[in-house]
Ligand binder design. Structure first.
Ligand code: ADP
Ligand code: MG
Length: 624
């Protein structure tokens, strides 16, 4: 709630709208106890007194009634009717929408066709027809305004409900034996309430206007009772001779509707969960860079990270997700990065091409050299030329990375045409060849499939084909097989292995699974709390881990036919990266730790084939 208010207050216009509305509502609430003249007492001797004269602050109207008093009482009435109509329309409309969306099928059809019929009439005409049938009067105007707004709410909420009604958590509630009524109240309603509030906050102003419109035509409040619309209507004949009688209610309507709409927009933005995290700021095209010095180039592979540091700067915290990572990968080589969830693997991978979202991400140090040139802080156009072209990514969930509404072939062609001009037929041929190269059977027909028509393994093949689209030099694969079952995983790994043999692609392969590393990677780097703690050839590290953390990680992997070896989980949790200990980050969970481990920075010498960041390495470890 406080987060919501803070977000709302950041929107200056919404803040002003809120303040203005609060003042008006307060005045309307206080009207009965303010020392005002009776709004309905006629005093024809004092007609059309000007404002700020002897006829009170705002003067008098055509019957000599006190305008200030009528204005406040009228505002009170208009607000009350507007809010009441909005609440009635929202409740009924949302109810109808939820029922239609939840039950679907024939119920939905029947209800929504009825709603469509209501929507087929122009708003105001329908309201006029309703009032004409019910007879003039404020209550009937309220009913008419509420009725014409019901379809708007019903349509909106039906759409949202239909989207939620078949989500897994609703199915789970059904499987748990809950009744429909209870599911609607406890599972559906909490999810649609924000939408109802948003729809209401953006329509109340409109409803107040509609009520005023009906009163203006003499169909709403009846004389002598004042509301803003009827005041305007009565002042109409004196518009030229005594404009202040029109201006007074007119300005009030303007203030109320403006205030409500500004506030409503603010509420909508603040409630929208998608806007919440980004706080209405657009992420930058490339990660923000704030570094003081650039490390000297070392001649080292196609892609080399040198002491790369990336952090997330939030309001009162700094998360050092990557705390100085140096890694390099050569042509045709596969480098594995392994570590527990949250150790900073993904952030490292995304930092390479400046893909970490900014704000809050900032690259605070180090360099990333692609073929020798530093690309941290490079102009956006240079980065764009490299992204997907020279350095391509494969992500964990191919369903999330493929666009659901385009055929996979078109998405492949798009990946190519982002970097070079290509004709339609050429693109199609290339897409088929790509699908073929990732061993998708029948590529000629598969090219016209939508992502949802493919299995998880197929989709990940498409993901790999997309990464290959421009013959990249480096592929960064971030847990590409985590969502797949073991047999498909083995096929995907074999495929990646062939690709690097055939095309000489350098692969950075991120995983949390030592089994996968053993199958594919030439070298492996073990990551812990944002830093590399051990690096070396895969076989050497697997047979003789030097860092206690690596050893514990390997011990976590079950071995087929490995007898009754006990699987040892690592006790404790990785440290939070906003509060890293001095010295070794693993010391707390390590049974070999000594005070020296926590005293200060632990050296990491990358000059040899193997490197370890530990002062008490495993005795047999470090052997080649
Ligand atoms: P993994 O090794 O599982 O891929 P990540 O690289 O995704 O881990 O995350 C590393 C650390 O960075 C985590 O501790 C995470 O909490 C933090 N982090 C990631 N994204 C953000 C963000 N947008 N804001 C704050 N912290 C983040
Ligand atoms: Mg990750």
């Amino acid at each position: 709630m406080t987060a919501f208010l803070a977000l709302l207050a950041r929107n200056k216009l919404a803040l002003w709208g809120g303040v203005a509305l609060a003042v008006v509502v307060l005045l309307a609430l206080l009207t009965p106890i303010l020392p005002l003249a009776d709004p309905d007492v006629i005093d024809t001797a004092n007609r059309f007194k000007p404002a700020f004269g002897d006829g009170g602050w705002l003067g008098t109207d055509h019957l000599g009634r006190d305008l200030l008093s009528r204005l406040l009482w009228g505002t009170r009435l208009s607000l009350a009717v507007g809010f009441a109509a909005a609440i009635a329309a929202a409740t009924l409309g949302a109810g109808i929408g939820i029922i239609a969306g939840y039950y679907g099928g024939r119920t939905d059809n029947l209800i929504m066709r009825g709603v469509d019929m209501l929507m087929a009439f122009p708003y105001i005409l329908l309201a006029l027809a309703i009032v004409a049938a019910l007879g003039p009067g404020l209550m009937n105007a309220l009913i008419a305004v509420a009725a014409v707004n019901i379809p708007f709410f019903a349509r909106n909420i039906r759409g949202i409900t239909a989207g939620i009604a078949h989500k897994e958590f609703v199915d789970a509630a059904r499987l748990a034996g809950m009744k429909d009524g209870r599911i609607i109240l406890t599972e559906i309603l909490p999810n649609v309430i924000p939408v109802i509030v948003i729809a209401m906050s953006t329509t109340i102003g409109w409803m107040i206007l509609e009520t005023a419109g009906l009163s203006f035509l003499g169909l709403g409040s009846q004389p002598p009772q004042a509301d803003l619309g009827s005041m305007l209507g009565e002042a109409r004949s004196a518009l030229i001779t005594n404009p202040h009688t029109s201006i007074v209610p007119g300005v009030m309507i303007l203030i109320i509707v403006m205030a409500i709409n500004l506030l409503g927009d603010g509420v909508r933005d603040a409630l929208d969960p998608r806007l919440k995290s980004g706080a209405l700021t657009r992420p930058m095209a490339a990660t923000l860079v704030d570094r003081t010095d650039v490390p000297k180039p070392e001649d080292d592979g196609v892609l080399a990270m040198q002491d790369l540091k990336t952090e997330f700067r939030l309001k009162n915290r700094v998360y050092k997700a990557v705390g100085g990572v140096s890694l390099s990968v050569r042509k045709g080589e596969c480098l594995g990065i392994i570590g527990e969830s949250g150790s900073g693997k993904s952030v490292t991978a995304l930092s390479v091409m400046g893909l970490v979202a900014s704000p809050p991400g900032v690259i605070t140090g180090g360099a990333v050299r692609f073929e020798g040139t530093d690309i941290i802080g490079a102009p956006y156009e240079d980065l764009r030329q490299l992204r997907g072209n020279r350095v391509a990514y494969i992500f964990q969930d191919p369903l999330a990375t493929l666009h659901p509404l385009y055929k996979v072939g078109d998405q492949l062609i798009e990946a190519i045409s982002a970097h070079r001009k290509i004709s339609k037929s050429e693109g199609r041929a290339k897409a088929i060849a790509l699908l073929q190269s990732v061993r998708i059977p029948n590529p000629e027909s598969r090219i016209d499939s939508y992502p949802h028509e493919m299995s998880g393994g197929m989709r990940q093949r498409v993901g790999i084909a997309m990464a290959l689209a421009n013959d990249p030099d480096v592929i960064i694969a971030d847990e590409p097989t985590t969502a797949l079952d073991v047999t498909v995983q083995a096929q995907i790994l074999a495929l990646l292995n062939d690709l690097r043999r055939e095309r000489g692609v350098a692969i950075i392969f991120i995983t949390h699974d030592f089994g996968v590393v053993a199958q594919l990677c030439d070298r492996v780097a073990v990551m812990y709390a944002g830093r590399i703690v051990e690096e070396g050839p895969t076989d050497a590290i697997l047979t003789a881990p030097a860092h206690p953390y690596t050893k514990r990680l390997i011990d976590c992997v079950p071995e087929l036919g490995g007898g009754r070896r006990r699987l040892a989980a690592i006790p404790g949790l990785p440290p939070m990266v906003d509060d890293l200990p001095t010295g070794c980050a693993f010391a707390e969970r390590c049974d070999k730790s000594t005070p020296a481990c926590r005293a200060g920075e632990i050296a990491f010498d990358r000059s040899g084939l193997r490197a370890v960041r530990c002062i008490h390495p495993e005795p047999q470890g470090g052997a080649l």
